[in-house]
Design a protein around this ligand. Structure first.
Ligand code: SF4
Ligand code: SF4
Length: 127
């Protein structure tokens, strides 16, 4: 009987260690912030909706998708990023359980050192 609580405690510690390791990797593996946006790899997305639930900026939509595979019909969903509303916080990328989300530079921005700068502003300055 006493094995059960100790096993549960060990499993909790293992899960916490796995989460900490994965979170550390994910927090350093994405670019984030102004000038960046999330993108979804549709073939990898399983339509779970975690990204949708975690986006504070309502920048994600879930689209119904119907598949026909080997004479069977399936209904699923795919996440779509509304780039104009995305602030590049990367929360969705961290929350996605299958790594279907990546972070990229937004159109009109470029890297300068470790910052993103709008290309149009730079062109405006030089002109
Ligand atoms: S990066 Fe942030 S703002 Fe953009 S879609 Fe993901 S959670 Fe929403
Ligand atoms: S969290 Fe990932 S798998 Fe789930 S809907 Fe969003 S992109 Fe698709």
């Amino acid at each position: 009987m006493s094995l059960v609580p100790s096993l549960r405690s060990r499993m909790k510690k293992d899960a916490k260690d796995r989460f900490t390791k994965a979170a550390r990797y994910r927090l350093t593996s994405f670019i984030r912030g102004r000038g960046t946006t999330a993108i979804v790899e549709p073939d990898v997305c399983i339509g779970c909706g975690h990204c949708f639930d975690n986006c504070a900026f309502e920048a994600i939509a879930l689209e119904d998708v119907h598949l026909h595979v080997m004479e069977h019909d399936y209904a699923t969903r795919k996440a779509i990023i509304l780039t104009e509303d995305c602030v590049g916080c990367e929360k969705c990328a961290v929350a996605c359980p299958v790594d279907a989300i990546d972070m990229i530079l937004k159109e009109g921005f470029r890297w300068e050192g470790n910052k993103t700068v709008p290309i149009s502003t730079e062109a405006g300055k030089s002109g």
